[in-house]
Design a protein around this ligand. Structure first.
Ligand code: AQP
Length: 330
């Protein structure tokens, strides 16, 4: 039996190279050796206000992004979270064993509620429990994510252990799979904060759909550090270190190789080349994206197949959890 990999992305904002390098790119490789399940986390997206018309478009676009990045629907399950009712059902069950103090400690909640105090709703607070339910429903072994999700996976592990201890073994205890080099791609406008979909300034990120002209402009404007040297030093040179990381991940050249290549060159020369490396990586992806976006029936069919498979696996887990709790199930 192959081990199970589960991960998800929210169909909100502009998907960026941080999401790609930190998560989706790694999923593609995992398909070779694991049973992979990739979800469009639309219920998570509505924890912040969404325009219904745009949300619908974003859900469809995200499926196309998965396919264009190399997720193969013949090997992996692709489905939309809100189309499988057991996610919210298990979230309710897990809510009943989650302490409020645990959720209050979640860094992402603390940050988001500080940034947007007027937008804090119960869903945003409870987001990590829904995420735990997403993962545990599929008896997941590994969850490939960026570093920002580490704390949520730790909570998932605690809840699974707690449930198993109290009611008998029901859930597998999953592990986070975080790749060191791509664990946290930082914002182009602020290399001390992660690149973020919901950033107000689009110059914070390179979106997967940005045009070559815009990519050149964004990289040109990206914050660098004082001094002239192109050298990796996360503490003293966070800006250039972040750009070196992106360059290295996309070109497959190591950071020392790049440092050597740009030894006597300027930031401007380095940035010019980096923009071209990004464009070269994104062009074939964007062509595929256009192709899938022109095939809505094909995409819908993939989602329907995915929904059926996801429902079957998750139904077995929810039944078991309800039985253990003494609830009636059909
Ligand atoms: N900057 C990043 N570097 C590396 N990985 C990242 N991820 C997100 N940002 C970075 C990883 O991308 C996956 C999908 O993220 P998500 O849709 O769950 O939303 P998020 O993590 O909340 O993404 P954003 O871009 O930061 O959106 P907002 O602005 O809404 O918070 C996850 O695996 C995540 O770790």
């Amino acid at each position: 039996m192959k081990k199970i990999v589960f991960s998800a992305v929210q169909p909100s904002g502009a998907l960026h190279i941080g999401n790609y390098l930190g998560a989706i790119k790694n999923w593609v490789e995992l398909q070779k050796n694991y049973r992979c399940i990739f979800c469009i986390a639309d219920y998570h997206a509505i924890t912040l206000k969404q325009n219904p018309r745009i949300l619908k478009k974003k859900i469809f676009e995200l499926v196309c992004i998965y396919l264009s990045a190399g997720i193969n629907p013949k090997k992996s399950i692709i489905f939309v979270q809100s189309q499988v009712p057991y996610h919210t059902e298990l979230a309710w069950i897990l809510n009943c064993i989650t302490k409020i103090s645990e959720l209050k400690r979640m860094t992402q909640f603390k940050q988001k509620s500080k940034e947007h105090p007027e937008k804090v709703n119960v869903g945003l607070f409870d987001y990590p429990v829904l995420m735990a339910s997403d993962i545990l429903l599929y008896q997941t072994d590994l969850v490939p994510v960026g570093k920002d999700q580490k704390q949520h996976i730790e909570l998932t592990r605690s809840l699974a252990r707690r449930f198993n201890k109290e009611f008998g073994k029901t859930f597998k205890i999953p592990k986070a799979l975080i790749k060191k080099q791509s664990e946290k791609i930082m914002g182009l406008d602020n290399p001390l904060k992660k690149m973020s979909k919901s950033a107000e300034d689009p110059y914070n990120y390179i979106a997967l759909t940005d045009t070559p002209k815009l990519i050149r402009e964004k990289i040109k404007k990206a914050i660098t550090d004082s001094g002239k040297e192109i050298k990796y030093d996360k503490e003293k040179k966070p800006g250039i270190s972040n750009l070196l990381t992106i360059y290295s991940l996309l070109s497959k050249k190591s950071i020392p190789q790049l440092e050597n290549q740009y030894k006597n060159k300027t930031y401007a020369e380095f940035k010019k080349d980096l923009a071209e490396v990004i464009i070269k990586s994104l062009t074939p992806f964007q062509e595929k994206l256009k192709y899938y976006q022109s095939k809505p029936e094909y995409v819908k069919n993939i989602l329907e197949q995915g929904r059926k498979k996801a429902e079957k696996i998750s139904q077995a887990t929810i039944k078991e959890a309800k039985k253990k709790l003494g609830l009636l199930c059909s």
